[in-house]
Design a protein around this ligand. Structure first.
Ligand SMILES: [Zn+2]
Ligand SMILES: [Zn+2]
Length: 158
């Protein structure tokens, strides 16, 4: 993501917080900067590693504030660690690959065909009087690190 894009995101976040009279403090700005630079949803530990200047306790509090303000989206997976990303209306629509073994999450951009199929489903939902605001579609499975080695079965089998 180029610096121009990061500035654009920061301006959009500032507007959104201003509207809700939520202060865009230096720590919150730093958090948004770290999330904007990330290529996938990150845990609080990963945020701390990226920004050692941010204390973990204040990072958690500020993430909750930003989440309530609609700036940050929280992803809860099988492990105990929530992951955070910027709301997708700030960064662009995408989906996730979720590892059910270790909880790792990667971004996934779906094909135009899949998005069209979901849009058609949304149309059917609207005709039933449902107000569609968006959609989520996560693929669940095992990441390369958690996948059992393909040769393990044959190596131990007899
Ligand atoms: Zn994994
Ligand atoms: Zn989609």
């Amino acid at each position: 993501m180029g610096p121009g894009r990061a500035e654009e995101i920061e301006r959009a976040v500032r507007r959104r917080l201003d509207e809700q009279q939520v202060r865009f403090t230096p720590r919150r700005r730093r958090l948004v900067e770290v999330l904007a630079a990330a290529t996938r949803p990150v845990t609080i530990a990963e945020i701390s590693a990226q920004a050692p200047d941010l204390a973990v306790s204040s990072t958690y509090r500020n993430l909750v504030v930003l989440e309530t303000a609609g700036v940050v989206h929280r992803i809860v997976t099988g492990d105990d660690f929530a992951r955070f990303e910027l709301a997708e209306d700030l960064t662009g629509h995408h989906h996730h690959l979720v590892c059910t073994a270790c909880g790792a999450v990667e971004d996934l951009h779906a094909s135009a065909e899949l998005e069209a199929a979901v849009a058609a489903a949304a149309g059917r939902a609207r005709r039933r009087g449902f107000v569609v605001e968006g959609h989520r579609l996560d693929l669940l499975g095992r990441c390369p690190a958690c996948r059992e080695p393909a040769s393990a079965a044959s190596a131990t089998g007899g």
